[in-house]
Design a protein around this ligand. Structure first.
Ligand code: ADP
Ligand code: ASP
Ligand code: MG
Length: 410
């Protein structure tokens, strides 16, 4: 049995006419001899609408109940789409996560998939040509509803394909026709990449390119599931996210990512002694707050300043936690701002080349853009900037590495 997992995002299922286009993609796969698992998101804007509704009812909604609420968006999409398929002579049924089941841990709002019952899917696929699965949702071992984090339908799709290896392939359909050198909605000169390595896509996703959820790329890499990113609205072959090969290594920089959902926290004059960093970052890790960039200033008279960045959505909770341990750390002040943006230059080819960082810094300097923080990995350079410079920085870096015309090779 050859199985194709096809995931469609919110804009692709936003109305009847869009769903008819989706049906065209499904029919095409059936004609090519596949059984199809369609993973759908909620209609565009629906998840946000539900979250806003919850925030009117409660200042800090119970996380399990919030998940029960927001999963309803996907239930609407899958049942409507299954009706459409059946009316058009395609044998299909909808499936919520608990009906498979897709089992997760109990980290409500950000749950991790632990297990998917692939055998049950195979049995159902013998009976139906298409299974229409609700993305974004799971259930705990004791049967409570969970969600996989914003953009989580991508992860549902890749995890389903992984569970059905080696028979399944995975396509992610969205409103752009592939992965670009930078967000094509931000910079018109962005160029579509035919292929991206898992590692690069991981960095791009974690640095703000929301075209794929980070965890979907982690899954794809771990289980070696090639992921095709394509457009619902064209027949373009799109981008293949796959294992690194030598052609990718010869390309120095493959993309520029941009993330404005960042906040910066500075703790002034904390004690400079062993255990302080652990006391500071331990509680944040326990609360599930992902800290990205960290800077510790040079020590003066036994004290130092520590600055770090976090996702903006975690700002309130982080400040609360910092206030609880302020005394223990000796901090005289907790300062924060969210008018910052993270811009990253990414490419596996950087591993073997020097000079990328200095070129990026020079390009920013030429535009008078001040860098607030810097962090690097083997395949990435990230700069934290004032928010007002974010889009300019993307354009400047994109031009500096000539990403619009060809792959910059130093
Ligand atoms: P969906 O609802 O289909 O899941 P998303 O809005 O989550 O779609 O992701 C698609 C969006 O990702 C695009 O519209 C685009 O603005 C954005 N994006 C950010 N970075 C990139 C990139 N490097 N390549 C392509 N799209 C990107
Ligand atoms: N509907 C969810 C969201 O908006 C999941 C998804 O679209 O992938 O985040
Ligand atoms: Mg998405």
């Amino acid at each position: 049995m050859r199985i194709l997992v096809q995931k469609f995002g919110g804009t692709s299922v936003a109305g009847l006419d869009r769903m008819q286009m989706v049906m065209g993609k499904v029919r095409n796969a059936l004609n090519r001899g596949y059984k199809v698992i369609v993973v759908l998101s909620a209609m565009a804007g629906e998840t946000n609408r539900l979250l806003e509704m919850a925030s009117k009812w409660s200042d800090s909604p119970n996380r399990a109940e919030l998940d029960s609420l927001v999963v309803t968006g996907e239930q609407v999409s899958i049942s409507l789409f299954s009706m459409l398929l059946n009316d058009n002579g395609i044998k299909a049924r909808s499936l919520l996560a608990y009906q498979i089941p897709i089992t997760t841990n109990d980290d409500y709002g950000n749950a991790r998939i632990l297990h998917i019952n692939g055998d049950r899917l195979r049995v159902l696929l013998a009976e139906y040509d298409v299974l229409v699965v609700a993305g974004f949702q799971g259930q705990t071992e004791d049967g409570r509803i969970t969600t996989l984090g914003r953009g989580g339908s991508d992860t549902s799709a890749v995890a389903l394909a992984a569970a059905l290896r080696p028979d399944a392939e995975c396509e992610i359909y969205t409103d752009v026709d592939g992965v670009y050198t930078t967000d094509p909605n931000l910079y018109g000169k962005a160029r579509k990449l035919p292929k991206v390595a898992y590692e690069e896509m991981l960095e791009m996703a974690s640095m703000g390119a929301k075209v794929l959820q980070i965890r979907s790329v982690e899954f794809a890499k771990k289980y070696n599931v090639p992921v095709h990113v394509r457009s619902t609205f064209s027949d373009d072959p799109g981008t293949l996210v796959t294992q690194e090969d030598s052609s990718m290594e010869s390309v120095l920089v493959s993309g520029i990512a941009y993330d404005k959902d960042q906040a910066r926290i500075t703790l002034r004059k904390v004690f400079d002694r062993p255990g302080i960093a652990a006391a500071l970052f331990g509680p944040l890790a326990d609360a599930g707050v992902v800290v990205d960039m960290i800077i510790q200033n040079t020590s003066r008279e036994g004290h130092t300043d520590i600055t770090f960045t976090i996702p903006q959505k975690d700002l309130k909770e982080t400040i609360k936690l910092m206030e609880q341990i302020q005394g223990e750390l000796g901090a005289t002040e907790i300062a924060y701002d969210s008018d910052v943006v993270k811009v990253s230059v990414i490419g596996v080819g950087m591993r073997n080349h020097a000079g990328v960082a200095s070129k990026a810094f020079a390009a920013l300097k030429n535009e008078g853009i001040n860098i607030l923080m810097i962090s690097t990995s083997e395949i990435k350079i990230t700069c934290l900037l004032e928010e007002k410079y974010g889009e300019l920085a993307v354009r400047v870096l994109h031009d500096a590495f000539r990403l619009d015309t060809h792959d910059y090779e130093g």
